[in-house]
Design a protein around this ligand. Sequence first.
Ligand code: LLP
Length: 424
Amino acid sequence: MDHFHYRNGQLMAENVPLSQIAAKVGTPVYIYSTATLKRHLRIFSEAFEGLDALVCFAVKANSNQAVLRTLAREGAGADVVSLGELKRALQAGIPADKIVFAGVGKTRDEMAAALTAGIKQFNAESEAELETLNEVAGKLGKIAPVSVRVNPDVDAKTHAKISTGKSENKFGIAWQKAEAVYHRIGELANLRAVGVDLHIGSQLTDLTPFKEAFERVVGLVRELREKGHNIQHIDLGGGLGIPYDPTAETPPPPTAYGAMIREVMGDMDCSIILEPGRLIAGNAGLLLTEMLYEKQGENRTFYILDAAMNDLSRPAMYDAFHAIVPVAEPVENASTLKADFVGPVCESSDVFAKERPTTPMKAGDLVAIKSAGAYGAVMASTYNSRPLVPEVLVDGDRFAVIRKRQSLEELLALDTIPSWLSDD
Ligand code: LLP
C-alpha cells in the first residue's frame, strides 16, 4: 500500500496535490512519500520481530540523503556498494556499525574509508579481494570484519539482468569453494570472518528460490562452525519483489518471507542481516511528467511525455512494467483506448509502455509513472543532454525539493575545452 491516492479528483502524494508540486518545481520530477517509506520499512521489520535482525536498506535503490535520513531515523542500516554510497549513508546519519559493504570491485581507497569509518562488515566477493583487504587493514592497523558472499547457484527466476545467484553470474564465491576460502581467511592476520552473505537476485515474486538458497547457506554455516569458524550472522541479501502491476503480480508479503526465514533458520543462534531496496522505496515514489503531444501513427496513438528513458530507464532496460495514471482522476465510465507512452529521446527504446489501455489524455495533462522510487533517479543519465531531474520529498501536507533540477549551465560546465582548441 502506498500514500498516493485521488482526492477531490486530484492525485495526491499524502496531503499534497501533485499538481501543486508540478507548478512549483516543474516536470519531470521524482516525488517520494515519507509515510510510504516508513510504512514499508516498518512492515518489513515487523516480519522479523523477535529475531536478532538488522535491516540494511540497499542504498543503490535510492540514494538521496533525505530518503536515507528518513530511514535512518526509523532505525535502518545501509547496504552500500561504493565510496559514494558509503559517504551518503554516513552523512545521512546511518551509524557505521549498521553499514555493510558489498560489490565485486572494491578499491583500496574504498576499503580504507570503510575500515576507518568502522563499518559492520565487508561482504567479500573474491579471494583476490580478501588478500587486498587484509593488506589494507594491516596498513591501517585494523581488523576487517568479513562475510564471504557465496553464490548458491540457484535460479532466482527473475529477469536475467537482475539475477545474481547462478554460477554464471559474476557475484560471490562458488558455493563449493566456500570452506577453503574461510580457511584462508583464518590464515590472514587482519581479517576476521564474522558471517556468511548471499543475494540471489531482485524482484523475486516466489519464495521457493530464496528458500532453496537460504537452506544451502544454513548448511554451510553449520559446516563452517564445525571447522571452528565463529560465524555470528547470515546476511540474506535483498530481492523481495513488489507489485508493479497489481493485476499481474502478487509477490509474497514480508510476513510470509519472514515466516519462511524463521523456519529455515530454526535454532541457528545467528543474527540476520537483510538488504531490501525495492521493497522499501519502489512504491514510495513516482515520476511526475507532463504530456507534450499526442501523435497519431499508422495504427497507434503515441502519447509523448516530457520524461524519457534517461530519467527512468527501467522500461527500456528490462522491459519493466510501470503503471501510468493521469493526475486528474478520470470520470466514472470514461472511455478507454490503447496508447504508447513515449519520451522525447532519439531511440526506439524510449518507450514507457506499449499499447497500454488508458483513458484519453491530452497535451498539457500531468501524468504519473508509478513505482519509480527504487532504481529510478539513481539510474538516471543526461543522455541527449537532458539535465538530471529534481527529487521532492512529501511529508503529510508539506514538501521539499531534496535534489534540485540540474541546470543546463551546470551540465555544460562539466566539459572543458583543451588548450589547443581554445579560441583565445
Ligand atoms: N543486496 C545486494 C547485494 C544487491 O545486489 C541488491 C540489488 C540488493 C541487496 C537490493 O535488492 P532489492 O531488494 O532492491 O531487490 N536496477 C535493477 C535492480 C538491480 C538490483 C541490483 N542489486 C532494476 O531496476 O530492477
